[in-house]
Ligand binder design. Structure first.
Ligand code: FES
Ligand code: FES
Length: 213
């Protein structure tokens, strides 16, 4: 069927197959920031989008459900590839590790910051509770959101998120930005699944059930 919706501020009309999930539609349209952390079971939150400004899992929605609606993905946050205050804060706070959950975390934090001015720890916890992160740990997330909130008021705000030492050295003991942090925070192609071309070859391996056989 033909669906028309707004994607990151621009109207899009496209054909969607019967039963096609929104996550698959978006990836087909070149939006790679909607990740697949649980094979569409709805438990990891990595495929999150903002649908009419509400955070939802795109793997649980069928394409017709976004017809006539407004969809935002993390791709909308950076303007001309320049990171938003929130994206920079996430990188500086060290919570962009493998980056698989990062687009969803960013969207959840973005939605929260747009809605609430004075944030409590419980509100941050509640807003991000649907997103599973395998590598970062969760404490730094609170620091990242707070850092972003400060920078949205004052772009020059630096804020210490990790202790630094050895003032006599330039690099050792100093916080450094992860080199692929910006790419991961923008939700760009980064993982093997993002490079798979249509019609690609599959390799299947049949292993022996017998040890040393
Ligand atoms: S892929 Fe895990 S919730 Fe959608
Ligand atoms: S899953 Fe790796 S940074 Fe969250």
């Amino acid at each position: 069927m033909r669906i028309t919706f707004t994607l990151n501020g621009k109207s899009r009309t496209l054909e969607a197959g019967p039963g096609e999930k929104v996550r698959d539609v978006l990836r087909r349209e070149g939006i790679f920031s909607v990740r697949n952390g649980c094979d569409g079971q709805g438990s990891c939150g990595s495929c999150a989008i903002l649908l009419d400004r509400k955070l939802v899992n795109s793997c649980l929605l069928l394409a017709p459900q976004i017809d006539g609606h407004e969809v935002y993905t993390v791709d909308s946050l950076a303007k001309n590839r320049e990171l938003s205050a929130l994206q920079s804060a996430f990188i500086d706070a060290g919570i962009v590790q493998c980056g698989y959950c990062t687009p969803a975390m960013l969207l959840a934090a973005h939605e929260l910051l747009a809605r609430v001015e004075e944030l409590s720890r419980e509100q941050v916890q509640d807003a991000l509770s649907g997103i599973f992160c395998r590598c970062t740990g969760y404490e730094q997330v609170f620091k990242a959101v707070e850092l972003a909130r400060q920078r949205m008021g004052d772009p020059a705000f630096k804020g210490a998120v990790a202790p630094e030492f050895r003032g006599d050295l330039r690099l050792i003991g100093k916080a450094q930005r992860k080199v692929d942090g910006p790419r991961l925070a923008r939700g760009e192609r980064a993982f093997v699944e993002d490079m798979v071309q249509p019609g690609h070859c599959h390799l299947k391996m049949l292993r022996s059930p017998h040890a040393h056989a």
